[in-house]
Design a protein around this ligand. Structure first.
Ligand SMILES: [Zn+2]
Length: 344
Protein backbone atom coordinates (compact mmCIF):
# COMPACT_ATOMS: atom_id res chain seq x y z
CA UNK A 1 0.00 0.00 0.00
CA UNK A 2 2.88 2.35 0.82
CA UNK A 3 4.40 1.53 -2.54
CA UNK A 4 1.10 2.31 -4.20
CA UNK A 5 0.80 5.75 -2.52
CA UNK A 6 4.35 6.63 -3.49
CA UNK A 7 3.57 5.69 -7.04
CA UNK A 8 0.54 7.94 -7.12
CA UNK A 9 2.55 10.83 -5.69
CA UNK A 10 5.40 10.36 -8.13
CA UNK A 11 3.05 10.00 -11.06
CA UNK A 12 1.14 13.10 -10.05
CA UNK A 13 4.35 15.12 -9.81
CA UNK A 14 5.57 13.98 -13.20
CA UNK A 15 2.20 14.77 -14.71
CA UNK A 16 2.25 18.26 -13.24
CA UNK A 17 5.66 18.86 -14.79
CA UNK A 18 4.43 17.62 -18.13
CA UNK A 19 1.36 19.85 -18.31
CA UNK A 20 -0.46 20.83 -20.46
CA UNK A 21 0.08 17.74 -22.57
CA UNK A 22 -0.89 14.97 -20.17
CA UNK A 23 -3.15 16.34 -17.48
CA UNK A 24 -4.41 12.78 -17.14
CA UNK A 25 -2.73 9.41 -17.17
CA UNK A 26 -3.13 7.00 -20.03
CA UNK A 27 -4.57 3.61 -20.86
CA UNK A 28 -2.19 0.75 -21.63
CA UNK A 29 -3.80 -2.10 -23.58
CA UNK A 30 -2.10 -5.50 -23.64
CA UNK A 31 -2.64 -7.78 -26.61
CA UNK A 32 -2.47 -11.56 -26.36
CA UNK A 33 -3.21 -14.49 -28.67
CA UNK A 34 -2.52 -17.86 -27.02
CA UNK A 35 -1.75 -18.25 -23.34
CA UNK A 36 -0.18 -21.69 -23.09
CA UNK A 37 3.14 -23.49 -23.08
CA UNK A 38 2.38 -25.74 -26.06
CA UNK A 39 0.92 -23.33 -28.65
CA UNK A 40 3.02 -21.63 -31.41
CA UNK A 41 5.78 -19.63 -29.64
CA UNK A 42 5.52 -16.54 -31.87
CA UNK A 43 1.93 -15.89 -30.82
CA UNK A 44 1.97 -17.41 -27.34
CA UNK A 45 2.52 -16.21 -23.82
CA UNK A 46 3.52 -18.96 -21.42
CA UNK A 47 1.34 -19.51 -18.38
CA UNK A 48 4.17 -18.56 -16.01
CA UNK A 49 4.92 -15.32 -17.91
CA UNK A 50 1.21 -14.44 -17.96
CA UNK A 51 0.98 -14.94 -14.20
CA UNK A 52 4.14 -12.86 -13.65
CA UNK A 53 2.71 -10.06 -15.83
CA UNK A 54 -0.48 -9.97 -13.77
CA UNK A 55 1.64 -9.90 -10.65
CA UNK A 56 3.63 -6.91 -11.92
CA UNK A 57 0.45 -4.99 -12.77
CA UNK A 58 -0.76 -5.59 -9.22
CA UNK A 59 2.59 -4.63 -7.67
CA UNK A 60 2.61 -1.34 -9.59
CA UNK A 61 -0.84 -0.63 -8.16
CA UNK A 62 -2.38 -0.29 -11.63
CA UNK A 63 -6.06 -1.01 -12.07
CA UNK A 64 -7.16 -3.38 -14.82
CA UNK A 65 -10.26 -1.88 -16.39
CA UNK A 66 -12.93 -2.69 -18.95
CA UNK A 67 -11.66 -1.70 -22.42
CA UNK A 68 -14.49 0.24 -24.04
CA UNK A 69 -15.46 2.63 -21.23
CA UNK A 70 -11.82 3.23 -20.29
CA UNK A 71 -10.77 3.92 -23.88
CA UNK A 72 -13.67 6.31 -24.48
CA UNK A 73 -12.99 8.08 -21.20
CA UNK A 74 -9.29 8.43 -22.03
CA UNK A 75 -9.98 9.74 -25.54
CA UNK A 76 -12.34 12.31 -24.00
CA UNK A 77 -9.44 13.56 -21.85
CA UNK A 78 -11.15 12.32 -18.74
CA UNK A 79 -8.84 9.54 -17.52
CA UNK A 80 -7.89 9.19 -13.86
CA UNK A 81 -4.52 10.24 -12.46
CA UNK A 82 -2.69 6.92 -12.73
CA UNK A 83 -2.29 4.70 -15.75
CA UNK A 84 -4.93 2.05 -16.28
CA UNK A 85 -4.45 -1.30 -17.98
CA UNK A 86 -6.79 -3.30 -20.23
CA UNK A 87 -6.28 -6.92 -21.27
CA UNK A 88 -7.28 -8.21 -24.72
CA UNK A 89 -7.08 -11.56 -26.52
CA UNK A 90 -7.35 -11.88 -30.30
CA UNK A 91 -8.85 -14.88 -32.17
CA UNK A 92 -10.62 -16.59 -29.22
CA UNK A 93 -8.24 -19.51 -28.94
CA UNK A 94 -9.04 -22.47 -26.69
CA UNK A 95 -5.95 -21.75 -24.57
CA UNK A 96 -7.51 -18.48 -23.47
CA UNK A 97 -10.53 -20.38 -22.19
CA UNK A 98 -8.42 -23.11 -20.59
CA UNK A 99 -5.52 -21.14 -19.12
CA UNK A 100 -6.00 -17.36 -19.05
CA UNK A 101 -9.72 -17.06 -18.30
CA UNK A 102 -9.64 -19.12 -15.05
CA UNK A 103 -6.75 -16.99 -13.72
CA UNK A 104 -8.55 -13.74 -14.55
CA UNK A 105 -12.00 -14.92 -13.50
CA UNK A 106 -10.72 -15.94 -10.08
CA UNK A 107 -10.07 -12.25 -9.34
CA UNK A 108 -12.79 -10.88 -11.65
CA UNK A 109 -10.18 -9.02 -13.68
CA UNK A 110 -11.80 -7.44 -16.77
CA UNK A 111 -10.77 -8.65 -20.24
CA UNK A 112 -11.91 -8.50 -23.85
CA UNK A 113 -11.81 -11.30 -26.40
CA UNK A 114 -11.79 -10.23 -30.07
CA UNK A 115 -13.47 -12.97 -32.10
CA UNK A 116 -13.16 -13.76 -35.81
CA UNK A 117 -16.59 -15.28 -35.92
CA UNK A 118 -16.20 -17.72 -38.86
CA UNK A 119 -13.54 -19.61 -36.89
CA UNK A 120 -15.67 -20.14 -33.77
CA UNK A 121 -15.91 -23.87 -33.06
CA UNK A 122 -12.96 -24.69 -35.34
CA UNK A 123 -9.96 -26.72 -34.20
CA UNK A 124 -8.05 -24.81 -31.52
CA UNK A 125 -10.75 -22.14 -31.19
CA UNK A 126 -13.48 -21.67 -28.59
CA UNK A 127 -17.01 -22.59 -29.56
CA UNK A 128 -20.09 -20.45 -28.96
CA UNK A 129 -20.79 -22.47 -25.80
CA UNK A 130 -17.51 -21.31 -24.26
CA UNK A 131 -17.94 -17.75 -25.49
CA UNK A 132 -21.48 -17.62 -24.08
CA UNK A 133 -20.24 -18.90 -20.75
CA UNK A 134 -17.53 -16.25 -20.57
CA UNK A 135 -19.83 -13.50 -21.83
CA UNK A 136 -22.17 -14.11 -18.89
CA UNK A 137 -19.43 -12.90 -16.56
CA UNK A 138 -19.85 -9.23 -15.84
CA UNK A 139 -16.13 -8.47 -16.34
CA UNK A 140 -15.83 -10.14 -19.76
CA UNK A 141 -16.42 -8.48 -23.14
CA UNK A 142 -16.63 -10.40 -26.42
CA UNK A 143 -15.98 -8.17 -29.43
CA UNK A 144 -15.52 -8.04 -33.19
CA UNK A 145 -12.34 -9.22 -34.96
CA UNK A 146 -14.08 -9.53 -38.38
CA UNK A 147 -15.89 -12.58 -39.71
CA UNK A 148 -13.16 -13.98 -41.96
CA UNK A 149 -9.91 -12.64 -40.45
CA UNK A 150 -8.97 -11.27 -43.87
CA UNK A 151 -6.48 -8.57 -44.79
CA UNK A 152 -9.05 -5.79 -44.85
CA UNK A 153 -7.12 -2.85 -46.27
CA UNK A 154 -7.89 -2.35 -49.96
CA UNK A 155 -5.56 -4.53 -52.02
CA UNK A 156 -3.58 -3.17 -54.97
CA UNK A 157 -5.77 -3.49 -58.05
CA UNK A 158 -8.94 -4.28 -56.06
CA UNK A 159 -11.98 -2.42 -57.40
CA UNK A 160 -13.48 -0.08 -54.84
CA UNK A 161 -16.94 -1.66 -55.14
CA UNK A 162 -15.49 -5.14 -54.55
CA UNK A 163 -13.53 -3.90 -51.56
CA UNK A 164 -16.63 -2.22 -50.12
CA UNK A 165 -18.66 -5.38 -50.45
CA UNK A 166 -16.07 -7.67 -48.90
CA UNK A 167 -15.16 -5.44 -45.98
CA UNK A 168 -18.72 -4.40 -45.10
CA UNK A 169 -19.69 -8.07 -45.14
CA UNK A 170 -16.79 -9.07 -42.89
CA UNK A 171 -17.39 -6.28 -40.37
CA UNK A 172 -21.17 -6.55 -40.22
CA UNK A 173 -21.52 -10.33 -40.33
CA UNK A 174 -19.24 -10.62 -37.34
CA UNK A 175 -21.18 -7.99 -35.43
CA UNK A 176 -24.51 -9.66 -36.18
CA UNK A 177 -23.14 -13.09 -35.23
CA UNK A 178 -22.13 -11.65 -31.85
CA UNK A 179 -25.56 -10.08 -31.49
CA UNK A 180 -27.36 -13.31 -32.40
CA UNK A 181 -25.21 -15.62 -30.29
CA UNK A 182 -24.47 -13.42 -27.29
CA UNK A 183 -27.00 -10.61 -27.41
CA UNK A 184 -24.23 -8.05 -26.99
CA UNK A 185 -22.50 -5.80 -29.51
CA UNK A 186 -19.68 -3.75 -28.03
CA UNK A 187 -18.50 -0.95 -30.30
CA UNK A 188 -14.99 -2.34 -30.50
CA UNK A 189 -13.02 -3.73 -33.42
CA UNK A 190 -9.53 -5.26 -33.62
CA UNK A 191 -8.06 -5.20 -37.14
CA UNK A 192 -6.95 -8.67 -38.32
CA UNK A 193 -3.11 -8.63 -38.47
CA UNK A 194 -3.36 -5.06 -37.17
CA UNK A 195 -3.74 -3.93 -40.82
CA UNK A 196 -5.79 -0.91 -41.83
CA UNK A 197 -5.88 1.96 -44.25
CA UNK A 198 -7.70 5.25 -44.01
CA UNK A 199 -10.75 4.04 -45.95
CA UNK A 200 -11.17 1.10 -43.55
CA UNK A 201 -10.79 3.47 -40.61
CA UNK A 202 -13.68 5.47 -42.03
CA UNK A 203 -15.86 2.37 -42.00
CA UNK A 204 -14.97 1.79 -38.34
CA UNK A 205 -15.63 5.42 -37.53
CA UNK A 206 -18.99 5.51 -39.34
CA UNK A 207 -20.12 2.57 -37.19
CA UNK A 208 -18.96 4.48 -34.09
CA UNK A 209 -16.57 1.66 -33.20
CA UNK A 210 -13.12 1.99 -31.69
CA UNK A 211 -10.41 0.42 -33.88
CA UNK A 212 -7.45 -1.37 -32.28
CA UNK A 213 -4.19 -2.12 -34.09
CA UNK A 214 -1.09 -4.06 -33.14
CA UNK A 215 1.34 -1.15 -32.94
CA UNK A 216 2.62 -0.48 -29.43
CA UNK A 217 2.06 2.52 -27.17
CA UNK A 218 -0.37 3.90 -24.62
CA UNK A 219 -3.74 5.47 -25.41
CA UNK A 220 -4.11 9.12 -24.43
CA UNK A 221 -6.33 11.99 -25.31
CA UNK A 222 -4.29 12.68 -28.49
CA UNK A 223 -4.86 9.14 -29.74
CA UNK A 224 -7.03 8.45 -32.77
CA UNK A 225 -10.17 6.37 -32.12
CA UNK A 226 -9.63 4.15 -35.18
CA UNK A 227 -5.91 3.46 -34.74
CA UNK A 228 -5.56 2.68 -31.06
CA UNK A 229 -2.30 1.04 -29.99
CA UNK A 230 -1.82 -2.13 -27.97
CA UNK A 231 1.36 -3.68 -26.60
CA UNK A 232 1.91 -7.22 -27.97
CA UNK A 233 2.50 -9.59 -25.05
CA UNK A 234 3.71 -12.80 -26.74
CA UNK A 235 6.82 -14.32 -25.14
CA UNK A 236 9.28 -12.31 -27.26
CA UNK A 237 7.67 -8.96 -26.38
CA UNK A 238 6.11 -9.46 -22.99
CA UNK A 239 9.25 -10.11 -20.95
CA UNK A 240 9.26 -8.62 -17.49
CA UNK A 241 12.41 -6.50 -17.96
CA UNK A 242 10.60 -4.25 -20.45
CA UNK A 243 7.07 -4.61 -19.08
CA UNK A 244 7.29 -1.92 -16.43
CA UNK A 245 8.26 0.73 -19.04
CA UNK A 246 5.26 -0.32 -21.11
CA UNK A 247 2.80 -0.35 -18.21
CA UNK A 248 3.90 3.12 -17.12
CA UNK A 249 4.28 4.54 -20.63
CA UNK A 250 2.49 7.68 -21.79
CA UNK A 251 0.86 8.35 -25.12
CA UNK A 252 3.22 10.42 -27.27
CA UNK A 253 1.85 13.97 -27.11
CA UNK A 254 1.31 14.33 -30.84
CA UNK A 255 -2.14 14.23 -32.37
CA UNK A 256 -2.33 10.71 -33.83
CA UNK A 257 -4.75 11.86 -36.54
CA UNK A 258 -1.94 14.05 -37.94
CA UNK A 259 0.20 10.95 -38.58
CA UNK A 260 -0.10 8.80 -41.73
CA UNK A 261 -2.34 5.69 -41.92
CA UNK A 262 0.88 3.80 -42.62
CA UNK A 263 0.22 2.40 -46.11
CA UNK A 264 3.59 3.00 -47.76
CA UNK A 265 4.22 4.44 -51.19
CA UNK A 266 8.01 4.60 -50.84
CA UNK A 267 10.31 2.24 -48.99
CA UNK A 268 11.79 3.15 -46.56
CA UNK A 269 8.89 5.44 -45.61
CA UNK A 270 9.45 8.77 -43.95
CA UNK A 271 7.66 9.97 -40.80
CA UNK A 272 7.45 13.65 -39.93
CA UNK A 273 6.61 14.64 -36.36
CA UNK A 274 6.23 18.17 -35.06
CA UNK A 275 7.58 18.35 -31.51
CA UNK A 276 5.98 20.69 -29.00
CA UNK A 277 7.27 21.40 -25.49
CA UNK A 278 8.10 19.42 -23.37
CA UNK A 279 9.41 17.30 -26.23
CA UNK A 280 12.87 18.01 -27.53
CA UNK A 281 14.68 16.30 -30.39
CA UNK A 282 17.81 15.87 -28.27
CA UNK A 283 15.97 13.47 -25.95
CA UNK A 284 14.19 11.50 -28.65
CA UNK A 285 15.25 7.96 -29.57
CA UNK A 286 13.84 6.19 -32.63
CA UNK A 287 14.04 2.56 -33.71
CA UNK A 288 12.98 0.60 -36.81
CA UNK A 289 11.85 -3.05 -36.87
CA UNK A 290 14.89 -5.28 -37.15
CA UNK A 291 17.33 -2.37 -37.55
CA UNK A 292 17.64 -1.13 -33.99
CA UNK A 293 18.17 2.55 -33.36
CA UNK A 294 17.96 4.83 -36.39
CA UNK A 295 18.89 8.46 -37.02
CA UNK A 296 16.46 11.29 -37.73
CA UNK A 297 16.74 14.78 -39.19
CA UNK A 298 15.78 17.87 -37.21
CA UNK A 299 14.51 21.04 -38.89
CA UNK A 300 13.34 23.62 -36.36
CA UNK A 301 10.69 21.86 -34.26
CA UNK A 302 10.14 19.15 -36.85
CA UNK A 303 11.73 15.72 -36.86
CA UNK A 304 11.88 13.44 -39.89
CA UNK A 305 12.44 9.76 -39.21
CA UNK A 306 13.46 7.42 -42.02
CA UNK A 307 15.13 4.01 -41.89
CA UNK A 308 18.49 3.87 -43.70
CA UNK A 309 17.27 1.14 -46.05
CA UNK A 310 14.09 -0.46 -47.37
CA UNK A 311 12.34 -2.97 -45.09
CA UNK A 312 11.17 -6.28 -46.50
CA UNK A 313 8.33 -7.18 -44.16
CA UNK A 314 4.67 -6.64 -45.02
CA UNK A 315 4.25 -4.79 -41.70
CA UNK A 316 6.98 -2.98 -39.81
CA UNK A 317 7.26 -0.13 -37.37
CA UNK A 318 9.17 2.95 -36.38
CA UNK A 319 9.08 3.37 -32.60
CA UNK A 320 10.16 6.58 -30.89
CA UNK A 321 10.47 7.19 -27.17
CA UNK A 322 11.10 10.32 -25.15
CA UNK A 323 11.49 10.65 -21.37
CA UNK A 324 8.22 11.71 -19.73
CA UNK A 325 9.60 12.31 -16.24
CA UNK A 326 10.11 9.97 -13.33
CA UNK A 327 11.53 7.19 -15.44
CA UNK A 328 8.49 6.86 -17.69
CA UNK A 329 8.45 7.36 -21.47
CA UNK A 330 6.26 8.90 -24.09
CA UNK A 331 5.90 6.11 -26.60
CA UNK A 332 5.06 6.42 -30.29
CA UNK A 333 4.74 3.46 -32.64
CA UNK A 334 4.08 4.18 -36.29
CA UNK A 335 3.01 1.09 -38.17
CA UNK A 336 3.81 0.76 -41.87
CA UNK A 337 1.97 -1.55 -44.23
CA UNK A 338 3.45 -2.64 -47.56
CA UNK A 339 0.42 -3.86 -49.53
CA UNK A 340 2.68 -5.17 -52.32
CA UNK A 341 4.34 -7.65 -49.95
CA UNK A 342 2.84 -11.16 -49.71
CA UNK A 343 -0.07 -11.67 -47.28
CA UNK A 344 0.50 -13.93 -44.29
ZN1 LIG B 1 -6.28 -12.11 -35.19
Amino acid sequence: MIKFRKLILRTTLSLMMALPFTAQADLVVLQYHHVDDSTPPATSTSRSLFEAQLQMIAELGLEVVSLEPAARQTLAGDAPKTNQVAITFDDAYESVYNVAAPLLDEQQIPYTIFVNTNSVGGKGYMGWTELKELNRKEWVTIANHSADHAHLARKPGEAEADWNTRTNRSLDRAQSALETQLGTTPRLFAYPYGEYDEALEQKINSRDWLGFGQQSGAIGRHSHSTRLPRFPMANAYGQLNSLKDKLLSKAFPVRASSLPDGVISTNPPSLTIKLNAPLSASRLACFASGLGRIDFRVTGDTVTVQAPKALNARRFRYNCTHPAGDGSFYWLSQQWLNLDAPED
